[in-house]
Design a protein around this ligand. Structure first.
Ligand SMILES: Nc1ncnc2c1ncn2[C@@H]1O[C@H](COP(=O)(O)OP(=O)(O)OP(=O)(O)O)[C@@H](O)[C@H]1O
Length: 322
């Protein structure tokens, strides 16, 4: 039932003076019907990982090694044409700013028809497109097909982007910060929509976000990223109630939703991300970690405790809740 499996994936960017190791040896899997959240501070590699999952990386990026299996097929080993066919049909992506995903000079209907028509002409019929827009809560969906992207609000554009991603009924939907560009009201509506989708969309969903509320509302499992690595993974319940990695604990303590009102200030994690052009041999979080000891300078073993629960830390207990 595994819909998406990422195996030992490493992605780097060419930068002046070398290579920046943005994603480092990441392995993850998501099953049908499951929602996996990917969280972490800005710059920890979330968006690079999401783009690598559909092999739509920006110029200058390269996949150093690893596999991205969709229903067992390694997409990265396929020809560009075969990858294009898989994108949309097997895996679809929703980006942070839907404006960038649309062509400003074409109507919504034309763009949706072009997108799905390349895979399946029957799906490109206006009635079918309007039905899908209606399903994501677009009022007067038939008229919306004649509108241009700039005529819609940010929230409506994101609904259209979600509808476009779902038109082909892909096995895997990847959403990269789907609510970040929206105001609070729109954000709540999109979270509500995505929660509703859970009952009608039976594929796997991966949501990248730095918003802990989105994780708590929508996800079953969470992968916590730091400096390009997954440092902890587990169920939402395990990560929120029994975090094992000092970075996860620090991240949860910085959540604006739990800030003590009397202090009036947001806590932040002291220190900075390491230089990813020369990642450390040992724990990347050690320079910022209050529990760091000499052992943290050596490569860190990944500790697992049952399926889907793992932590990359010397000081983490051997066990942990699944
Ligand atoms: N096009 C690029 N060229 C060079 N380096 C890049 C590029 N895009 C991202 N990076 C670097 O790769 C690392 C990971 O960035 P990425 O955007 O994947 O992180 P992120 O967790 O998604 O951050 P954010 O939440 O801010 O989007 C960072 O060090 C970033 O500076």
């Amino acid at each position: 039932m595994t819909a998406l499996q990422v195996e030992n994936l490493s992605v780097s960017y060419r930068v002046p003076g070398g290579e920046l190791h943005a994603v480092r040896d990441v392995s993850l899997s998501v099953t049908r019907g499951e929602v996996l959240g990917i969280m972490g501070e800005s710059g920890c590699g979330k968006s690079t990982l999401a783009a690598a999952m559909v092999n739509l990386l920006p110029a200058g990026a390269r996949i150093a090694h690893g596999a991205v299996r969709l229903d067992g097929t390694d997409m990265l080993a396929l020809s560009p044409a075969a990858q294009r066919a898989l994108r949309g049909r097997s895996v679809a992506m929703v980006f942070q700013d839907p404006m960038t995903a649309f062509n400003p000079v074409l109507t919504i209907g034309r763009q949706l028809a072009d997108f799905v028509g390349a895979h399946d002409r029957a799906l490109a019929r206006p009635e079918r497109l309007a039905e899908m827009l209606g399903r994501v809560g677009i009022p007067d969906a038939a008229r919306c097909l004649h509108r241009y992207p700039h005529e819609l609000s940010g929230g409506m554009r994101q609904r259209v982007a979600i509808a476009a991603a779902l038109l082909m009924q892909p096995d895997v939907l990847i959403a990269d910060e789907p609510t970040t560009a929206l105001d609070v009201t729109m954000e709540a509506q999109i979270i509500h929509l995505m929660r509703d989708l859970r009952t009608t969309f039976h594929g796997a969903i991966v949501i990248v976000t730095h918003h802990l509320g989105v994780i708590a509302e929508l996800c079953d499992r969470v992968a916590v990223m730091y400096a390009g690595e997954v440092v902890e993974e587990g169920t939402v319940d395990a990560i929120f109630h029994d975090p094992q990695h000092p970075y996860t604990r620090a991240l949860l303590a910085c959540d604006p939703a739990v800030v003590v009102p009397s202090s009036g200030r947001l806590p932040t994690i002291g220190g900075r991300l390491p230089d990813l052009t020369a990642p450390p041999r040992g724990c990347a979080f050690a320079p910022r970690c209050t529990l760091a000891e000499a052992a943290c300078e050596a490569p860190v073993p990944r500790r697992t405790a049952g399926a889907g629960r793992s932590v990359l830390c010397h000081s983490a207990p051997q066990g942990g809740q699944g």
